[in-house]
Design a protein around this ligand. Structure first.
Ligand code: HEM
Length: 411
């Protein structure tokens, strides 16, 4: 919430019939915290950290339930909160952030039934705030048919759990307590899981008539992230160096335009575009842990069928039979439009670039003019990337203002 909106909300809460004391207190605390920002950030008490938390911030899977085939069931709701650092950070900034994160860890158990989160730091944080070289490159456009705005936020906190009200409370706590050190610039919200997309389908980008299948976990009508279609957490973990036990994260915001997806294509044609033209609807109903989608038959897909599958093209980036990115994407209706927040973890940003480039299948038109960069080419025709950014997710011990001089002495 911007400063002005915060003030308006305070006025609204004070003037409205349904005044809540908690609401007033929350708005008041945020304003007070902001006032103290002008006076500098105080050195707060660090607080206890619960024992037994994983070393890696991105180690979420052990806490997740499994379906009957052993696929991890991710959290149902997500939030991405983007902040900038106010002014020149001091070690007190790191202490304030660490103390607030520990408070979240004490309040909510680590897991979808409590709260999962990661703190990621961008190229802009390292270059502009600290003036050091960045462990992640600036994001960029990765195909000829996209022109994303590259975000310049300093950090991104990803919150996830099974209760959207808890996410809201956690965000409120973060924004209010961190206000002296961090300015919230944007929040993105979303959901993933059977039934949620159908319940949110009355938005721009989805045609009338409730086309999203009632039990689908994603707007496009298919289940994603079977376990062998994902890199493991271990595989995306940085093994050594300053960011050992961390990982990198790419965050893209995409609009979905699914009019022709649902109105012009049959289910079998959607299967061809999502998986491969050699995949049948019967195959899809039998997928358990891997929808490999015939990457070795991509030339036949192009020349004989004139259609390339999304999973088929993406699987070309596999190394030793496994994808090199771990997808933690979720659908959204931010701004009243169907969309996808594509959160991807990988050991290096280069792994994301390789995978996203494989998804373009850009040479296909030379073999068959019917397959352009977007037409008959996976799901490229239906997704529009608006924004993109890269972050590093340090280990839990390094998550608060990584590389800030003097941080180690106060944490
Ligand atoms: C609306 C957007 C998207 C939807 C609905 C979607 C859906 C799917 C589905 C259903 C699969 C089949 C296998 C599985 O995960 O169980 C898949 C695989 C995959 N997708 Fe996507 N996807 C989307 C966007 C993207 C983007 C932007 C990327 C970026 C690189 C991507 C990368 C991958 C990868 C790497 C695989 C696994 C390939 C393999 O098995 O080796 N997807 N996707």
């Amino acid at each position: 919430m911007s400063d002005e909106r915060l003030l308006n909300r305070r006025r609204f809460l004070l003037g409205a019939g349904g005044v809540t004391l908690a609401g007033i207190a929350a708005a008041g605390a945020a304003l007070d915290a902001r006032a103290s920002a002008q006076a500098g950030v105080r050195m707060v008490a660090l607080g206890q950290q619960p024992a037994g938390l994983p070393v890696s911030q991105h180690a979420w899977e052990q806490t997740m339930a499994r379906d009957q085939f052993g696929n991890a069931i991710g959290p149902s709701y997500d939030r991405l909160i983007m902040f900038d650092v106010r002014g020149r950070p001091t070690p007190a900034y790191a202490r304030l952030l660490e103390s607030t994160l520990r408070r979240l860890e004490r309040t909510y158990a680590w897991g979808p039934a409590g709260l999962l989160f990661t703190v990621g730091w961008s190229h802009a944080y390292f270059k502009q705030v600290l003036g050091v070289s960045s462990p992640v490159p600036q994001a960029k456009a990765l195909s000829d048919f996209e022109l994303p705005t590259i975000d310049d936020y300093h950090l991104c906190i990803h919150l996830a759990c099974d209760d959207p009200v808890r996410l809201e409370a956690a965000e409120r706590l973060l924004v209010a307590s961190l206000a002296p050190a961090l300015r919230r610039r944007e929040t993105r919200t979303g959901f993933a899981g059977a039934g949620l997309p159908a319940a949110h389908q009355h938005v721009g980008g989805i045609p009338a008539g409730d086309p999203v299948p009632r039990d689908s976990p994603l707007f496009m009508g298919f289940k994603s992230a079977l376990k062998k279609n994902q890199a493991t957490e271990q595989a995306v973990t940085i093994p050594d160096g300053q960011f050992a036990q961390g990982t990198t994260m790419t965050v893209s915001y995409m609009h979905l335009r699914l009019q022709s997806w649902y109105q012009d294509l049959s289910y079998a044609q959607r299967v061809a575009r999502m998986y491969s033209p050699q995949t049948t609807p019967a195959d899809v109903s039998r997928f358990t842990t891997d929808a490999r989608s015939n990457p070795g038959q991509i030339n036949q897909a192009i020349s004989h069928y004139g259609v390339v599958g999304h999973s088929q093209a993406s699987a070309r980036a596999r190394v030793n039979g496994r994808p090199i990115i771990l997808r933690r994407d979720f659908d959204t209706v931010d701004g009243g439009l169907a969309g996808l927040h594509f959160v991807s973890l990988q050991r290096t940003i280069e792994d994301f670039i390789k995978t996203r480039t494989a998804m373009n299948q850009s040479g296909a038109q030379l073999i068959n003019p019917a397959v352009t960069e977007t037409v008959n080419n996976g799901i490229n025709e239906f997704i529009f990337v608006l924004r993109r950014a890269n972050y590093i997710l340090p280990s839990r011990a390094q998550r608060s203002f990584p590389l800030l001089p003097g941080r180690a002495a106060v944490l």
